[in-house]
Design a protein around this ligand. Structure first.
Ligand SMILES: Nc1nc2c(ncn2[C@@H]2O[C@H](COP(=O)(O)OP(=O)(O)OP(=O)(O)O)[C@@H](O)[C@H]2O)c(=O)[nH]1
Ligand SMILES: [Mg+2]
Length: 449
């Protein structure tokens, strides 16, 4: 190596050293590299060497600072906007809720209005129904009352005359009540019971004036007349059989005709059995009713066995699909044993022809016969299982009080009352209605009496 070359190398080395020194000094945070963990090493017991920290180039730092400022500026703006959006959302929601509440309120008001209208309409309907029911009841009471005019003019007028103007109920008044009841065919036993109860009420101070005694008698009458009853149900496709009994001329055939007409009006098909084979006229009488109703009448030859006619009638009813069979029988004195035996036979044969028959054994009693009607009931019950009573001709007697004695002693329910000869003059018996017809508005009766 030449001395010139050596000199050049030395110069280059020096230049390189200088350049390196310059570069090292200019490095950000220049100096020694931080120790492991990125922290500058502290000399034991000393402070961090004061020297520039290594960091990004000034341009990058500026950029970052600008970004930070921007972010700092941007944050409050974003928050503001978010807050405003939230508020707007809340306001919107509150308005929606308000609208929903208003709509719900309107719906409720509408529903309440409708419910109120429905309630009013229902009330009006019920009031009309009540009015119609009351009107219907008034008509029925009036019709029965008309049929009971004679009894009202008798028993009721007598009683009301006794009570008129009385302030105190004396022993004398009680015996007058007793007499009025007896003479109206209420019957001795029932009269005793009624007067006895009035006496008890007076001594126990439960009854203190004539109004109370009147009301008490009315209530007692209603209770006596309300005999509990059980009737078999009518079954579709099986004829319901009614056997009708009674002494001569009480109104059996007429009652059967009226009854058939009632069933027919209810839409039931009826077959009549002319089991009164003693008289040709009896069969003809039933046939006339058959044409009036109209309904089928089954009859036999004059003098035929009544049981066979009854049997044929059930056969006929089954064949034509009729709902009801009503068997007319000859009037018989309850004292005639063979005739009563015949009734038993008819009942037996009916039971053979149709299970459960006769479903009703209806005893017809004429109200005009007074206490004798009660006697008839006792005897007929021994021959046949009487399940109901039809009390006829109440329209023609002042002795309608007999119904109280019959119900009280026989404990057989009265099913129908006859208040005239017309087809509509048979009424189902309703104790409440009957008592109203008999006892209410007595002012009219006593005035007339
Ligand atoms: N005023 C009135 N008359 C009635 C009533 N029921 C029946 N009659 C009349 O009583 C009379 C006898 O009636 P019927 O039906 O023939 O009596 P019956 O029990 O069948 O008579 P016999 O078959 O002879 O035993 C007839 O004139 C009927 O019009 C009624 O409720 N009021
Ligand atoms: Mg007859």
């Amino acid at each position: 190596m030449t001395p010139e070359l050596i000199g050049l190398v030395v110069v280059l080395v020096i230049v390189a050293i200088v350049v390196i020194a310059v570069v090292v000094r200019r490095r950000p945070g220049g100096g020694e590299l931080p120790a492991e963990g990125g922290k500058p090493q502290l000399k034991p017991g000393g402070e961090e060497k004061a020297r520039p920290k290594p960091g990004p180039a000034p341009a990058a730092e500026e950029h970052r600072e600008r970004e930070t400022v921007k972010k700092a500026e941007a944050r409050p703006k974003g928050e503001r906007e978010a807050g405003e959006a939230r508020k707007a959302e809340e306001k919107k929601r509150a308005e929606e809720e308000k609208r929903e509440r208003a709509a719900a309120e309107a719906r409720r008001a509408e529903e309440e209005k409708r419910a109120e209208e429905a309630r009013r309409a229902e009330e009006t309907r019920r009031a009309e129904e009540r009015k119609a029911g009351a009107e219907e009841k008034r008509k029925r009471v009036a019709a029965v009352r008309k049929g009971l005019e004679a009894t009202r003019g008798g028993l009721v007028a007598k009683l009301s005359r006794l009570f008129r103007g009385k302030k105190e109920i004396s022993a004398e008044l009680l015996s007058s009540i007793e007499e009025a009841l007896i003479t109206s065919d209420v019957g001795a036993r029932t009269t005793d019971r009624l007067v006895g109860r009035v006496r008890e009420g007076l001594s126990g101070k439960d009854l203190s004036d004539e109004g109370m005694v009147w009301e008490f008698l009315r209530e007692e009458a209603r209770a006596i007349l309300s005999v509990p009853s059980e009737q078999p149900e009518m079954k579709k496709g099986e004829p319901y059989v009614i056997l009708v009994l009674g002494v001569n001329g009480v109104g059996k055939t007429t009652t059967i005709g009226k009854l058939a007409s009632r069933y027919k009006a209810e839409g039931r098909e009826v077959v009549l059995a002319a089991a009164d084979t003693f008289r040709a006229a009896a069969v003809q009488q039933l046939q006339i009713w058959g044409r009036r109703v109209p309904c089928e009448v089954v009859s036999g030859k004059e003098g035929a066995d009544p049981s066979s006619v009854a049997f044929s009638a059930i056969e006929k009813a089954k064949a034509v699909g009729a709902d009801v069979v009503i068997v007319d029988t000859a009037g018989r004195l309850h004292t005639k044993v063979p005739l009563m035996e015949e009734l038993k036979k008819i009942a037996r044969v009916l039971g053979k022809a149709q299970e459960g028959a006769p479903h009703e054994v209806l005893l017809v009693l004429d109200a005009n016969t007074g206490q004798n009607a009660n006697q008839q009931a006792t005897t007929f019950r021994e021959a046949a299982k009487v399940t109901g009573i039809a009390l006829t001709k109440l329209d023609g007697t002042a002795k309608g009080g007999v119904i109280l004695g019959i119900c009280d002693e026989q404990k057989i329910p009265v099913r129908y009352i006859g208040i005239g000869e017309g087809i509509d003059d048979l009424r189902p018996f309703d104790p409440e209605l009957f008592v109203s017809a008999l006892f209410d508005d007595v002012g009219d009766v006593s005035a007339a009496a």
